[in-house]
Write a protein that binds this ligand. Structure first.
Ligand SMILES: Nc1ncnc2c1ncn2[C@@H]1O[C@H](COP(=O)(O)OP(=O)(O)OP(=O)(O)O)[C@@H](O)[C@H]1O
Ligand SMILES: [Mg+2]
Length: 299
């Protein structure tokens, strides 16, 4: 399964989330084989992962080399551990539009990454793509290749306004030819107890576009500015997110078709509000629709 992390807004935790989830999914609990694609010219994902795993191998080629310089994909993969591989990004990604337009016919310009990943997809359980805020052909390439998209955001006003626009943009894309991804949900990072009711109300009103995860990632002084994942003692919030992804929002349907909940009171309250807001009588009825929308059974 290929998953992208994105938002038109910068600094909302796209890279951090990609790195942490890759790290956690490869550990002994999940034991998944992961390929990370650093699809951002800043190369932040590459820096964090290379620092964390103290990679000392040869300097490899980048994803730009694979797409535009005839380098074979296998020659660009850096093996950080048996389970965690990386194709680095580089500054040349700022010229993605120009390079795609001059090197490829219009019919292929949006599916360059997809065709590269097709050849290695079967080797991995998940391919995780860290994107930048660029909305041009580089984003089209990430979306065309993806089965799922996680929207990263912050629970504060300006981030929320951009996120709603981005979510609507993605929802429109899902209806266009050439895209097959599902929006897996919006993940709020940098959460803190000041994230006000106003923000929650906004999330609520746009729940159909945003599909917020019930887990959010709290502001964490160890995560802030980290150069390596080793600087952080634990990633409890991210562990919770993985449990949510893994068990369809912690909700198990019993044989009587009733739902049992293991949600926080805050989340339960929010679900109650969302149920009413969407015109449903009871939460179970609403959840049927919600779970369908998430379509995360592949996890
Ligand atoms: N939960 C958190 N608590 C505190 N700081 C965080 C948290 N998550 C991320 N950060 C910090 O916020 C900053 C932005 O995070 P990150 O680089 O992951 O965002 P991004 O969306 O990838 O940004 P860009 O748009 O520049 O690519 C980084 O300094 C990071 O360490
Ligand atoms: Mg980033």
């Amino acid at each position: 399964m290929i998953i992208s992390f994105g938002n038109i807004k910068g600094g909302v935790g796209k890279t951090t989330t990609t790195a942490v989830l890759a790290h956690l999914l490869t550990n002994s609990t999940y034991d998944k084989k992961i390929l990370c694609i650093d699809f951002s010219p800043q190369g932040d994902l590459s820096s964090i992962l290379l620092n964390t795993y103290e990679y000392t191998g040869d300097e490899s080629h980048t994803i730009s080399d694979v797409l535009f310089n005839d380098i074979e994909v296998d020659d660009a993969i850096q093996v950080l551990t048996d389970n965690l591989h990386l194709i680095p990004g580089d500054w040349e990604l700022v010229n993605f539009n120009k390079n795609a337009i001059t090197s490829y016919n219009k019919d292929y310009q949006k599916s360059l990454l997809k065709s590269v990943l097709n050849s290695v997809e079967s080797v991995y359980d998940f391919i995780l793509i860290d994107t930048s805020t660029d909305m041009g052909l580089i984003l089209d390439n990430a979306l065309t290749a993806s089965d799922g998209v996680i929207i990263n955001s912050k629970p504060s006003y300006l981030e929320l306004v951009s996120t709603i626009k981005y979510a609507k943009f993605l929802n429109e894309k899902t209806l266009s030819a050439g895209y097959h991804f599902k929006i897996l949900g919006t993940l709020f990072t940098h959460d803190n107890n000041k994230s006000s009711e106003v923000v929650n109300e906004n999330i609520l009103q746009h729940a159909n576009d945003l599909l917020p995860f019930s887990s959010s990632i709290y502001e964490d002084s160890e995560i802030r500015g980290m150069k390596s994942l080793n600087e952080v003692n634990n990633f409890e919030d991210y562990e919770r997110l993985l449990i949510e992804l893994n068990s369809n929002l912690n909700i198990n349907k019993n044989p009587n078709k009733e739902y049992t909940f293991s949600l926080s009171p805050r989340t339960y309250k929010m679900l109650e509000k969302m149920t009413k807001h969407n015109g449903y009588e009871d939460i179970s009825e609403f959840l049927d629709i919600w779970i369908q929308a998430f379509n995360i059974e592949k996890f």
